[in-house]
Design a protein around this ligand. Sequence first.
Ligand SMILES: [Zn+2]
Length: 502
Amino acid sequence: MGTFELFKAHLTRITDLKMISSMMNWDMETYMPEKGGFYRGQQMATLSGIIHQMAIDPRLGKWIAQLQKDNQLNAVQKRSVALAKRGFERSGKYNEAFVVELSTTISASHQAWQKARAADDFSIFAPMLEKIVSIKRRECEILGYQDHPYDALIDQFEPGTTTAEVDTLFTEVRAQLMDFVHRIQLKQTPEVDFLYAAYPTNEQWDYGLALLQQMGYDFKAGRQDVSAHPFSTTFSPEDVRITTRVEEKNFYGMVWSCIHEGGHALYEQGMPTQYYGLPVCEYVSLGIHESQSRLWENNVGRSMSFWQNNFDALKNRFPEQLNGVSLSGFYRAINAVRPSLIRTHADELTYHFHILIRYKIEKALIEGSLEVRDLPAYWNACYKEYLGIDVPSDAEGVLQDIHWSHGSFGYFPTYSIGSFYAAQFYHQATKDIDNLEDEIASGNLKPLLGWLRKNIHQHGKMYTARELCERTTGEPLSFQYFMDYAFKKYGALYDMKVENVL
Ligand SMILES: [Zn+2]
């Protein structure tokens, strides 16, 4: 076997094991019986140990070094070697003691967080969070960074993005979006109660499947199941699963989380299968992944065109719940802008304030300018400042998200970055596709999916997020596209004069 074949075979075995681990995790979240947890945790830890050993195998380092000198490689092979080199170097920085300490702390911290949230008592979680923060600060030193320790953390989720860039972006978000949301708040809030009426769960389930079908999700390469928290997961581009949560009085949550996870899954189903095992058959970054879910959820799923095609059928399915509701009333309700306590319930505008707050806090914790013990008071002050609301309890405040208990620092900004990419991609799609809005209004989503396949999905990780954005839209990420989308859509919805429209 040639060096590239050896290299590829090794990486493919690592990918196989990672996919097996994803499958075990999927099972744990969906069908695993109550008592299965202990040994499942052990099995998954064993597997990650094996994966780590394979990732730091000196033979891999040797093959990478040889391949770097090989000028016969094609573009996909070159990119694979470059990405593998980065992964190899990163894995090599962690010693085993650190990996074990990190994973045991995370599992203890996750349990403490669950207890603390159930008891609405931050003091149960605080000591573990202090440990997590201190480990993460060490991790920044292990990984290395240029200007700010947080650079090392964000780079794990949004490769190449720096704290300074996020600072610049979020300063702009705050300046433009806050003023706009304040102006919206002076307007009358639309009627939304019918979205939270009782919708039979079996009917909801069927409706969710119909939506996925319409989007082009391939049920021969995936399936939908129920879990406590909706997610999507990949075992290969030919087996990409989605989960959803169905509650009688949360039809609203079910519909848009189905569309959201469907968007993630379409991205994974569109990956270049022929490169399975190589790092080019992976997603670019969490921000790009999130751009795919949010483009479907918001730019499509909360648009007038989409519901022009879907509203009558929806009303036929749920005639009592939607009795007396017009298409325009429905459209206003699904786009109601209201500051709220819980990030995952937020509308597409105020959502970003939830992210700005978390970013500010985690950056401060990592740089050491904020102490864990001061966190609840600081959190509540931020909610007052950014969203104008009082936080009644820590369970609905600082304890609401799982991320910090998992040690996921640097993850939150990718949610907002994803929405901003989505706006920019969607803007470009409307330029590239003739009458896109009319196609959507007539129920034809194929041109849009085709466009995403061609411009985003099929490239896998051939390009960085920045390169992909420039290739697709002609320029790097610009917040202006999101603001333009917001001005147009919400300016019309709330009958406001808007300026600065592109
Ligand atoms: Zn998502």
